[in-house]
Design a protein around this ligand. Structure first.
Ligand SMILES: [Zn+2]
Length: 310
C-alpha cells in the first residue's frame, strides 16, 4: 500500500485558498490501490481526493493532496503495461507537429517530458529535429523503450537547471500536466527554457468535453493520479500566467484500437476483462477507431525576438 500524507493545497493557477467551492468529496480507499494505479494508462478506479473548483480559473484541483515527494516516489515505482497504446498515442499527437514546426524559429532541439517509452521521440526525429531528448521518472517504461531510443531518455523529473535558459525550440508534454503538484511552476520553467518563438505543446483532459459530461464521475478523468483537471479556459489561463504570448487550443481525435477503448468504458469490473479478451481473440480489437476522447491540445508560443522595424 502506498504511503501518503495529504496536505492542504491552494488553486495551482491563481494561488487562492478561498476561491474554490467543493466539487466532490474524497472517495479514496488506499487499500484498493495497486502499483498500476500510478501508471499513466490502466484500468480506471474512479477514485479521487477531495476536489475543489476554482471560480476564478475554472479549474478542478485536489485539496488536500499528496506531498510532491510522495508523488515522485510513487511515479518512480509505477508499473508500466501500455507500450502498444503509447505507440498509438504518439502517432495521434505527431499529427500536430507539421503545423507547429512551421511556426518555430528552428528545428534544433526538442524535449519530451514524461516521455514513457520514448515513442514520441521518434515522431520528433521524423519531424526533422536535430537534437531530441526525453525525460521520464519511472523505471519500467524506460526499460521497455526501443534500443535506439533508450539512450535519448533521461530518468528524472523536469528540472529547469538541467537545461540552459532559452535553449530549446520545442517542449512537448502529454497526459502529464494533470499529474503535477505545481503545474504553474512547470509551465514557467518550460517558458524560461524555450528560445524566443519556441513552443510548449501540451495534451491533457478537457473536463468540459462531451465525454466527461456523459460519463460524469465514471469518466476516467476522475482519477487519484490527477492533481488538477483543466477546461479550455483554465488551460489558457495557466499558460498565459506562465508568460506565453499566444495559446492555440484544439480538440484531439484519438486513434486507438477497439480493445483500448473497451478498457476505458465504464463496465462492471468482472465483465471488463472478458470483453477485452474477446476483442483480442476475435481480431476486432485491432481495428483502429478515431474518437474524441475528451483530450485537449494546447500549443503555447513564447514571444519571438522583436526585429527592428525600418
Ligand atoms: Zn484559481
Amino acid at each position: 500500500m502506498p504511503q501518503m500524507t495529504l496536505e492542504p493545497r491552494a488553486c495551482p493557477i491563481c494561488g487562492t485558498h478561498d476561491g474554490g467551492t467543493e466539487f466532490a468529496k474524497a472517495n479514496v480507499n488506499l487499500d484498493q490501490l495497486d502499483p498500476f494505479a500510478f501508471a499513466s494508462r490502466k484500468l480506471p478506479e474512479y477514485m479521487h481526493f477531495r476536489l475543489m473548483e476554482c471560480q476564478n480559473c475554472d479549474l478542478i484541483y485536489s485539496d488536500p493532496a499528496p506531498q510532491p515527494a510522495d508523488l515522485a516516489q510513487l511515479y518512480r515505482d509505477a508499473a508500466f503495461d501500455s507500450g502498444v497504446e503509447a505507440h498509438y498515442a504518439s502517432r495521434t499527437y505527431g499529427r500536430f507537429l507539421p503545423a507547429i514546426v512551421r511556426r518555430l524559429p528552428d528545428r534544433a532541439t526538442a524535449l519530451d517530458i514524461g516521455t514513457g517509452d520514448g515513442g514520441f521521440l521518434q515522431e520528433l526525429l521524423d519531424a526533422g529535429f536535430t537534437r531530441v531528448a526525453g525525460i521520464e521518472p519511472s523505471t519500467a517504461p524506460i526499460q521497455a523503450a526501443a534500443p535506439a531510443i533508450r539512450p535519448l531518455i533521461i530518468q528524472d523529473i523536469f528540472r529547469p537547471d538541467s537545461f540552459e535558459p532559452e535553449s530549446l525550440s520545442l517542449i512537448t508534454c502529454f497526459q502529464t500536466i494533470e499529474h503535477l503538484a505545481d503545474p504553474l511552476s512547470f509551465c514557467r520553467n518550460a517558458w524560461q527554457t524555450l528560445k524566443p518563438g519556441g513552443a510548449l505543446f501540451l495534451i491533457g483532459h478537457n473536463r468540459r468535453a462531451l465525454s466527461a459530461k456523459v460519463l460524469g464521475f465514471k469518466s476516467p478523468i476522475f482519477d487519484i493520479e490527477h492533481m488538477q483537471l483543466f477546461s479550455p479556459s483554465s488551460l489558457r489561463q495557466l499558460l498565459q500566467t506562465a508568460g506565453f504570448q499566444t495559446v492555440d487550443l484544439q480538440t484531439v481525435l484519438n486513434r486507438y484500437p477497439a480493445r483500448y477503448w473497451a478498457r476505458l468504458f465504464p463496465a462492471p469490473r468482472m465483465l471488463k476483462p472478458r470483453l477485452i479478451s474477446m476483442l483480442q481473440t476475435s481480431g476486432l480489437g485491432r481495428c483502429v477507431i478515431p474518437l474524441p476522447a475528451g483530450n485537449l491540445a494546447a500549443i503555447a508560443y513564447k514571444a519571438p525576438l522583436l526585429t527592428p522595424s525600418r
